[in-house]
Structures are given as C-alpha cells and as structure tokens.
Design a protein around this ligand. Structure first.
Ligand code: UDP
Length: 481
C-alpha cells in the first residue's frame, strides 16, 4: 500500500528534502513524509480536463500534486489550492497556438527547457513519477535521462490508439494519407476491425506529414512509458484491451470515466471558457428528453456553408435545441454573426445558443434527448455516462474511430454525414433519433451502456480495481526509484 502515511504542508515538504541527499536518503525521506507526483497536461481543453481530474483523484489517495503547464491555456491555480502549479515559460502566443503546428511547436520549445526545469525540481523535492500527456512527446527522453519513471495518461480510447500505432503499416498499404480513391474508402482494414478505410484517423493531405510526425512521437512516448492510464472503461472496449495487453508489455490502467469521481458541478474548475449558465435555466423549461444538445468541443472548425446547413437543419427539424456556437467554430468568426438573417426570430422559444455550456450538467439534464457531437473522446464518454444517444459528426483525428464505435459496435448513435452536410439529412437524422422507433431502440441500448459505465467505479468494479492497482503501482515505482 502507499508509502505516504501523512499529509503535510506543501512548502514544508519542499524544504524538508535538501539538494544533496542521495537517492537512498531521498527514498527514505519520501517514505516518511509522502509521495509527490508531477503531472504535465497538454494545453488543450480536452487534455487539460482529464489530467486535472486524474490529479484530483490521486490527491484524494494521498499523493502530493505538482502540475507543470504551458503558459498557453494555463489552468486556473486558484481552483485547485491543494496543488502546486509551475508554469513553463514557453512563450506560446495565441496566433501560434491556433496553427496546426501547435503540438510540434510546444515539444520543440519544451525540449530546450524541461530537462533543467525537472532536474531542479528533483534536486529540491523527490518525485515518485511523472504523469504526462503523450502529446508532450519530448518528455520521454528527458525523464529517462533523469531516471524518472514516467506514466502516460491517454486521452483517447484504445481503438484509435491501436490505429495510431499501425500508422506505418497503414501508410505502406496505401490507406494513408486520406483521402485515397473513393473505391477504397469502404474497404475493411483487416488489422483493425470494425474500421473501414474511411474511418481511419487521417488528416488533411496538406498536413499529413506533420500529423504523421505527431502520431509517431505520441506512439513512441506511450511505448517508452512505465504504464498507461486510460480514461476509458474495460467493459466498453473489452476486446481492444485484450489485444492491447498482448501488444504492449507495460501495465494498463483503465480507470475511467475520470469525470465521474466527483460531483458534476465541480467540472467547471478546469474550463478555459466561461460557462453560460443560461443553458441550464433554459433546459429547465423544456420537456423531458425533448432537446438536441449540439456541441463540437473546443477545437474543430467547420465551413460557413456547413454552419448554415446546420442552422437550417436544426430549425427544420422542429425539435428544441441547445447549440454551442463557440468563437472559432467557423474560422475567424466570433459566434453568431454568420447566422442567416431572421434565423434567431425563426427559432425563438425553440432554440437557445451559447458560446460555451456546462456540458456535464447539460448532458445530465432530464430535458436532453440527444447529443449532436464531433465525437471527441471526452464528449463521447460523457454522453455514454449520462445515457444520451448521439448524432455523430466526426471531423478530425480519433473522432472517426470513436464515431464508428458509437454507430456500429455499441449502436447508440447515428452518423449525420458522409461526404457533405446537408440540411435535409440533418432534419431526417434528428427526427430518427428523437421521435422514431430507431431512436427508441438506440435509447434502450444506451441505457444498458450507461449502467455498465456507472457500475465500474463502484467497489469491486473494473475501474475501481484498476485505480487501486495504479496507486499501488506508483507507490512501488517510487520505492524502487
Ligand atoms: N465542453 C464544455 N462545454 C462546451 C463544450 C465542451 O464543457 O460547451 C467540454 C466537454 O465536456 C469535454 C471537453 O470540453 O470535456 C471537450 O473535449 P472533447 O474530447 O470532447 O473534444 P475536443 O475539445 O478535445 O475536441
């Protein structure tokens, strides 16, 4: 069991352990006064949130937490007084951050700073292990050179991860980069059932080499780790975990869903944008299961034409909707200025539009009947945990793979587009899921999945068990370190 028996003040802890202690002396000291973990989130909403959730979970298990983060999208330390926050002065600016190169840029900048940063930290304060986002692929080599054990927190599901590890093979076979000839898009990828070529995590061809570089870095980072923590549930991806365990020798810890360890209302602590609470007061006035919640997460952008098709598709469906129109949802737009003339008057009383919603609370609200999502992994998992059927519109990276699972394996959602987004198709899909028999069957399957997802955290459940194993594993890592 953990070797951290008592909690003490963070500053006191730092002073207790002086620079010139030998490793053995440090080990003894840590055993006496506690274990410190250093967590490094990647500075995007969908990555910061699970890392801070993991930090909170491990803190409740008695670990001291230090968060090392970029100056870009910095989390708000005042929401986490129990953690120590250290900012890396990487100088990432807003225009740099909006480019496709953000991941490469951050790794290049951090590579030159992080080793000295961590070495200094280690010299004043023993660290049991580093827990990092594999997108920070510069960290593996640095951790190795400092003899610091490193575990990664994967913010994707297992099947997309397996697709990423197969990138060299998929490229060799001519499946990547996408799009390849239409005739091959329907081919099944034999190594990755149930994926077809069209489901592979691709990237716009003009960006493919950079995407490939990022994927290779990320896969290597996972391979170099002493363990992988998954914000996923063993029962959701049973066969995938079985294969993964055959392919990789390091321990796997599927401890998700991370957001379910705490009350829903506390989820806003990691939000980078202000949540519009009118979402909830508006939902309070709607009928049970009547509303389509529409949100495409924090990153993806659509074209102006797609935006207009969405608007008319929603209006024509005649179903109430709550639509998150975040700044940048359409490149260069602030929020609502691209809506067609007269649209807001047209949907008055039926539609509510916000820039950012308290998504977990929204999904848990009884008025919500479906979630039109881009299938980012966090959104997908959050929807499952609240039993909300999905309308899938994957756009980038792992989203296609997640959507395939939703529509073909768990069968708890419908895909809304193939090659282009059209208002008539949107209207039909919304009606199918909200009022037709197909929607009823999907809802029933979703409730069974929700049940599974919520059981895993109970005592004896798979995630509960995996967390116990993780805590004991980290404690032993530390003792051997
Ligand atoms: N989210 C939110 N309010 C919104 C839209 C999204 O709180 O209006 C949160 C959502 O709950 C999820 C995260 O932002 O935790 C988005 O992560 P996801 O992996 O779904 O997508 P990404 O933003 O990484 O593409």
């Amino acid at each position: 069991m953990p070797c951290f028996k008592q909690r003490i003040d963070n500053n006191h802890y730092t002073k207790e352990i002086s620079e010139d202690k030998t490793r053995e002396e440090r080990r003894k000291m840590v055993q006496q006064i506690g274990c410190r973990l250093v967590l490094c989130p990647f500075p995007l909403q969908g990555h910061i949130t699970p890392m801070l959730q993991l930090a909170s979970i491990l803190h409740t298990k008695g670990f001291f937490i230090t968060i090392i983060h970029s100056n870009y999208n910095s989390p708000n330390p005042s929401n986490y007084p129990q953690f120590t926050f250290l900012q890396i002065p990487d100088g990432i600016s807003e225009p740099e951050a909006s480019s496709f190169d953000l991941i490469i840029l951050i790794n290049n900048r951090w590579e030159t700073i992080i080793k000295d940063f961590l070495a200094k930290l280690l010299s004043e304060d023993p660290i049991a292990c580093l827990i990092s986002d594999p997108l920070l692929y510069c960290l593996g080599g640095v951790a190795d050179s400092l003899l610091l054990p490193k575990i990664v927190l994967s913010s994707s599901a297992v099947l997309p991860f397996r697709a990423f590890t197969a990138f060299p093979l998929l490229r060799e076979r001519g499946y990547l980069p996408l799009p390849i000839q239409d005739s091959r898009l329907e081919e099944t990828v034999v190594e990755l059932p149930p994926l077809q070529v069209k489901d592979l995590p691709g990237a716009d061809v003009s960006h493919f080499e950079k995407f490939y570089q990022v994927v290779s870095g990320m896969v290597k980072e996972n391979e170099m780790s002493s363990g992988i923590i998954w914000n996923s549930i063993a029962e959701l991806e049973e066969s995938e975990f079985t294969i993964l365990r055959q392919e990789f020798s390091m321990p796997m810890f599927p401890i998700g869903p991370l957001h379910k360890y705490f009350p829903t209302a506390s989820s806003s602590a990691s939000s980078l944008l202000a949540e519009d609470r009118s979402s909830i007061s508006w939902l309070d006035k709607q009928q049970p299961k009547s509303v389509v919640y529409v949100s495409f997460g924090s990153l993806v952008a659509i074209s102006e034409t797609e935006f207009l098709e969405m608007a008319w598709g929603l209006a024509n469906s005649k179903q109430p909707f709550l639509w998150v129109v975040r700044p940048g949802l359409v490149h260069g737009s602030e929020s609502l200025e691209l809506l067609p003339k007269g649209f807001l008057e047209n949907v008055r009383g039926m539609g509510h539009l916000v820039k950012w919603a308290p998504q977990l609370e929204v999904l848990a609200h009884p008025a919500v009947g479906a979630f039109w999502t881009h299938n980012g992994w966090n959104s997908t998992l959050e929807s499952i945990c609240e039993g909300v059927p999905m309308i899938c519109m994957p756009l980038f990276a792992d989203q296609n793979v997640n959507a395939k699972y939703v529509t073909h394996v768990w069968r708890v959602g419908l895909k809304v587009w193939n090659k282009s987004l059209e208002r008539a198709e949107i209207e039909t899909t919304i009606k199918k899921i909200m009022v037709e028999n197909e929607g009823k069957e999907i809802r029933e399957r979703m409730l069974i999945l929700k049940e599974k997802a919520n059981l895993c955290l109970k005592q004896g459940g798979s995630s509960y068990q995996a967390l116990e194993e993780l805590v004991s594993y980290i404690s032993n890592l530390q003792c051997n370190h």
